[in-house]
Write a protein of this length. Structure first.
Length: 254
């Protein structure tokens, strides 16, 4: 996705840059700045968790305690939502949480792109959840899993109306899951960089006086940056909470 170099950085920050062009059977699988951000997140988070837990102690050190707090938070969210049967899915939900949370936080720095501001990435994450939820439902309930599209007690003559409605509602879950995360991250990052662009434009046009004037948009940028960190925490939690809700419906399908 090429963006004009003259465009404000608020727009250019979302550009996908090809670093290593790769094509497989005419399919573009090039290594990009977004792929680099995801790889960096995976490596850094994996290394951090390995260091923190490599020498676990009964009385945890700071790093180990930090990891345990995050894990306990996710575990309590999953179990309180899905019930005891959801314990086996804690590693899956935990991986999603730390990947989204730390990947987006790293993206707030100038070093890396924020992959959650790209709908194709959040869509892929939602699709992974969707496939996992279906697999769990089929494994636990067999073909009875599909009875959810025809709620118990529904008159047979209403089936042509109820089944399509339930099916559309079901298929909308990964769409809403992905769009919610994407929209919040995209809007927040856009707003922060807009104030940064405004400060740069003021300094560029007003010179030394502009430095003083630029303090106002810079202050707003700091405020929105803090707000965005809070949004990242909330949206990461909402993503795993909804994932847990979908898992509950599959585990306890009727």
């Amino acid at each position: 996705m090429a963006i004009e170099p003259s465009a404000p950085y608020a727009i250019r920050q979302f550009e996908v840059e090809t670093w290593v062009p790769i094509k497989l059977l005419d399919i573009d699988i090039s290594f990009t700045n977004v792929a680099s951000a995801m790889l960096t997140t995976t490596v850094l988070v994996g290394a951090f968790f390995w260091v923190a837990t490599s020498r676990s102690k009964i009385i945890p050190r700071r790093l180990q305690a930090g990891v345990e707090i995050i894990y306990d938070f996710v575990a309590k969210t999953v179990i309180s939502t899905t019930g005891p049967e959801g314990k086996e899915h804690i590693p899956f939900v935990f991986s999603l949480f730390v990947f989204i949370l730390f990947g987006t936080l790293i993206g707030l720095t100038p070093m890396k792109a924020t992959f959650t501001t790209h709908l194709i990435i959040t869509g892929a994450l939602a699709l992974i959840v969707f496939v996992h939820v279906i697999e769990v439902g089929l494994r636990r309930n067999g073909m009875h899993y599909f009875r959810q599209f025809m709620p118990r007690g529904t008159p047979l003559w209403l089936a042509p109306l109820i089944v399509p409605i339930e099916l559309i509602s079901y298929l909308a879950k990964p769409i809403t899951l992905s769009v919610r995360l994407f929209a919040n991250m995209f809007a927040g990052h856009m707003l922060i960089k807009l104030f940064a662009d405004l400060a740069a434009m003021v300094v560029d046009h007003l010179g030394p006086i502009g430095i003083l004037v630029a303090m106002a948009p810079l202050a707003m940028m700091v405020i929105f940056f803090a707000f965005e960190v809070m949004v990242v925490l909330i949206q990461s939690y909402i993503f795993i909470l909804l994932t847990s809700v979908y898992l509950r419906s599959s585990i306890h399908a009727h």
